[in-house]
Design a protein around this ligand. Structure first.
Ligand code: SAM
Length: 288
């Protein structure tokens, strides 16, 4: 089959799910990855044939995409902070806005006059933990998730010195944890309320792990209360916490850290101007 015909048919197959430009980008990405072609190969070389030996594999990929599976799971990777992370259905696909959390963390870690000690709660694919370590090779990074499958993937992302990946329930805030104290505590915990499912795209709802996404409507900030407790136990007096948040709950999330006794609590916007992070520091030991 001509590459041009394959692209045309595949873009049409994705039309019910994606705007046409997005469908075209997805198919070009698939072709680049599987055939080594460019987005213009079919134009500059109109006679380019898809090798018959690769056709079944490509058709299978398009069928998966057509059922709504995110392209990152079909390809098996996504790029984050300049690094290629493996992804599978046991982990959330790292999002571009989370890169800003990493940047904030790295700036603060580099200001220290000692190797930074960093804790990443709810690590998933390990994208935050690994990105900090790859930027600051002498950092000591500990990362926690409750999912054994996520941790299996996180541990094998890159060769060489790795973060210490541990299985633990972040909501159990009284557990023994002999790894602190930390200069930075980072987290992108589950924060989408069950009631928000209605406005989410099917390819997120049907494929990404619910454990990574959802919190009950009646207790939407439970992870932040838990993170505040971890920070009270394990953040150094001059350390900083940075959490990603639900944009609709910024004041409420900031209040969790104020009420937990942190003197400096600042919301921070993402690149699209939405409140996306809360930074907190200076724990007041006299508060409850
Ligand atoms: C929003 S995802 C974030 C993943 C990754 N840090 C990122 O930014 O892409 C939340 C993660 O929290 C983990 N998680 C959910 N409940 C947890 C719990 N009680 N304790 C620890 N981790 C939990 C999920 O397995 C998932 O990997």
């Amino acid at each position: 089959m001509l590459l041009a015909d394959f692209i045309r048919g595949s873009v049409a197959a994705l039309a019910p799910l994606y705007p046409v430009e997005e469908a075209r980008s997805i198919i070009h990405l698939l072709c680049e990855e599987r055939l080594g072609t460019c987005s213009y190969t079919h134009i500059v070389d109109p006679g380019y044939e898809v090798p018959a030996t690769r056709q079944a594999e490509l058709d299978d990929a398009v069928a998966r995409l057509g059922r709504g599976e995110p392209v990152q799971y079909v390809l098996g990777y996504t790029d984050f902070c300049g690094h290629r992370f493996q992804v599978n259905r046991s982990v959330l696909i790292p999002r571009p806005e989370t890169e800003e959390l990493v940047r904030e963390a790295v700036v603060r870690a580099l200001r220290l006059d000692r190797p930074a000690r960093v804790l990443d709660l709810c690590t998933g694919s390990g994208c935050i933990a690994w990105s900090v370590l790859l930027d600051i090779p002498d950092a000591e990074v500990v990362a926690v998730d409750v999912s054994a499958d996520a941790l299996d993937l996180a541990r094998t992302q890159f060769p060489g010195r790795a973060p210490l990946f541990l299985q633990a329930d972040v909501l159990d805030t009284a557990q023994d944890f002999p790894y602190g104290p930390f200069d930075l505590i980072l987290a992108n915990p589950p924060y989408i309320r069950e009631s928000e499912k209605a406005r989410m795209r099917p390819n997120v709802l049907d494929y990404e792990p619910p454990l990574a996404l959802f919190v009950p409507d009646g207790d939407a900030l439970l992870f932040y209360r838990a993170i505040a407790r971890w920070a009270r136990r394990f953040l150094r007096p001059d350390g900083t916490g940075i959490v990603e948040i639900n944009e609709d709950l910024a004041p409420q999330t900031a209040a969790v850290f104020r009420e937990a006794g942190f003197r400096h609590v600042h919301p921070l916007e993402d690149f699209s101007g939405k409140p996306r992070f809360v930074l907190f520091s200076e724990f007041n030991h006299n508060e409850p």
